[in-house]
Design a protein around this ligand. Structure first.
Ligand SMILES: Cc1cc2nc3c(=O)[nH]c(=O)nc-3n(C[C@H](O)[C@H](O)[C@H](O)COP(=O)(O)OP(=O)(O)OC[C@H]3O[C@@H](n4cnc5c(N)ncnc54)[C@H](O)[C@@H]3O)c2cc1C
Length: 375
C-alpha cells in the first residue's frame, strides 16, 4: 500500500499549489488526478486577480481575497524561481467601464470599493480613453482599480505543477479517486479503483468534481458552472489593463492575445460551446471595444467552475479527523490559490490558520436544509 503524509485528490491549481506548499514544508505528498493534471478549470480560466465583489453575496469573501492578493507577488516569485517558468503576471490594474449617464452609478461603485478598503478612482470618459484608447467612444465614465492584476493561468498551473514535481511531490496521473477511507472515526486516506492510499492527512481539491468522490458530498456539495471564453488577436490595437463592463471582461496577455469572457451557465458537466454564449461574449466585446471588430478569433473553449450553494469557497477541516476540503472557489480560484495553499499548510503543520476561515468551513452544509442537493 502507498503511504504519504498527505494524499491530495485533484491536480488543478488548487491541489497543485497545496502540494507544492506542503512539500516545501518537508512533507511527503501524493497527488492523484483522474487525468493529466491541470486540464480543467485552472486551464480554462481568465486569470483576473480582483478582490472586488461581483455581487452582495460575495462581500464576505473580500478579506480572504485581499489576503491572497497581498501574497500573490511573492507566490509568483517562488513558483517562477522553482519551476524556471514565467507565469505572465501583470500587476497593471483594471478599468471598469460605465455606460449609463447616471452619475450615481459611478459614486456607488466608488463608495462600495472604499467601504471594503479597496482602491478605486473615478475617471472621466476621456481620461479613461487616454489610458486605454481601445475603449468605446460611448463610454460615460470609468473606475480605475490600480491594485488589481492578472496572470496567465495556463502558464501558472503548469509552473505550479512543475515546481511541485521539482520539490518532490509524487504525481499519479490517470488515477481517479473513488472515495475517502475511514477507520476509527477518522479519515485515513483515499480509495482508488483497485488500491487504497494511506495518509495522515487527506485533502479533496477535485474542483467541481469533488462531490462525486464517495463520502465528500456532505462537506463539498459543489456543482459545475460552465464558462465559455474566446481568445482574440488584434494587430492594430493594444490593451494594457483588464477591462470590465457589466456584460463581459477583456484580459490582455503578454503574448498579445486578448481573452474575452465569460458566460456562467448551469448545464451539468458538459463543456459544449453555443452560438448564444459566444454571441453574448462577442456583442459585449464590441460594445466595450468596437476596434476589436477586425480581431482574429484564435481560440474558443469552455470550462467548469466549482460552485458551492452559497457561491463561497469550501475550505478547512471537517468533522472527520484528517480530512480537509479545498474547493468551491467558483469564479475566484486563481486569485485565491496562494491563500488557500497557505492556510491548508498552516492547518496541516500547526493546526491553526492565520486568516479567519470559519466562514468557509465545509461543516456549514451539515444542517438539514443544507443537505439538499444543489438546485
Ligand atoms: C471560464 C472561466 C473563467 C474563470 N476566470 C477566473 C478568473 O478570471 N479569476 C479567477 O480567480 N478564477 C477564475 N475562474 C475560476 C478558476 O478557474 C477556478 O476557481 C479554479 O481554477 C479551480 O481550481 P481547482 O484546482 O479547484 O479545479 P480544477 O482546475 O477544475 O482542477 C480539478 C482537478 O481535479 C481532477 N479530478 C476531478 N475528479 C477527480 C477524481 N475523482 N480523482 C482525482 N482527480 C480528480 C480534475 O481532473 C482536475 O485536474 C474561471 C473559471 C472559468 C471556467
Amino acid at each position: 500500500m502507498k503511504k504519504f503524509d498527505v494524499a491530495i485528490a485533484g491536480g488543478g491549481l488548487i491541489g497543485g499549489s497545496i502540494a507544492l506548499e506542503l512539500a516545501r514544508a518537508g512533507l511527503r505528498i501524493g497527488l492523484f488526478d483522474r487525468q493529466e493534471p491541470g486540464q480543467e478549470a485552472s486551464w480554462a480560466g481568465a486569470g483576473i486577480l480582483s478582490p472586488a465583489p461581483e455581487s452582495a453575496a460575495m462581500i464576505s469573501l473580500v478579506p480572504l481575497a485581499k489576503a491572497s492578493m497581498a501574497i500573490y507577488p511573492e507566490f509568483v516569485r517562488m513558483v517562477e524561481e522553482i519551476s524556471g517558468q514565467n507565469v505572465g503576471y501583470r500587476p497593471k490594474g483594471t478599468l471598469q467601464a460605465i455606460f449609463t449617464p447616471d452619475a450615481r452609478e459611478l459614486s456607488t461603485v466608488i463608495a462600495l470599493h472604499h467601504g471594503l478598503g479597496l482602491k478605486a478612482e473615478p475617471l472621466r470618459a476621456e481620461d479613461a480613453r487616454k489610458l486605454e484608447p481601445a475603449l468605446s467612444e460611448e463610454l460615460e465614465a470609468a473606475v480605475l482599480r490600480p491594485e488589481e492584476a492578472s496572470v496567465d493561468n495556463r502558464a501558472l498551473t503548469q509552473a505550479v505543477l512543475e515546481a511541485a514535481l521539482r520539490t518532490g511531490v509524487q504525481f499519479f496521473a490517470g488515477c481517479g479517486v473513488e472515495g475517502i477511507s475511514r477507520a476509527g472515526g477518522r479519515c485515513v486516506g483515499l480509495k482508488l479503483n483497485n488500491e487504497k492510499i494511506e495518509a495522515e492527512w487527506t485533502i479533496i481539491a477535485a474542483g467541481c468534481f469533488s462531490a462525486n468522490i464517495e463520502g465528500v458530498a456532505a462537506y463539498a456539495p459543489v456543482r459545475p458552472a460552465k464558462g465559455q471564453m474566446i481568445a482574440l488577436r488584434a494587430d492594430d490595437l493594444n490593451i494594457e489593463k483588464v477591462l470590465w463592463s457589466e456584460k463581459i471582461y477583456l484580459v490582455p496577455r503578454n503574448d498579445g492575445r486578448i481573452l474575452a469572457g465569460a458566460t456562467v451557465e448551469y448545464t451539468g458537466f458538459e463543456k459544449g460551446l453555443t452560438a448564444g454564449g459566444l454571441e453574448k461574449i462577442l456583442a459585449g466585446t464590441l460594445e466595450l471595444s468596437p476596434g476589436l471588430a477586425n480581431a482574429r478569433v484564435e481560440e474558443t473553449w469552455a470550462g467548469l467552475r466549482p460552485d458551492s450553494p452559497d457561491h463561497l469557497p469550501i475550505l478547512g477541516p471537517t468533522e472527520l479527523d484528517g480530512l480537509l476540503i479545498a474547493t468551491g472557489h467558483f469564479r475566484g480560484g486563481i486569485l485565491l490559490t496562494p491563500i488557500t495553499a497557505q492556510l491548508v499548510r498552516e492547518w496541516v503543520t500547526q493546526q491553526r490558520a492565520s486568516v479567519d476561515w470559519d466562514r468557509f468551513s465545509p461543516m456549514r452544509f451539515q444542517s438539514a436544509s443544507a443537505h439538499r442537493a444543489p438546485a
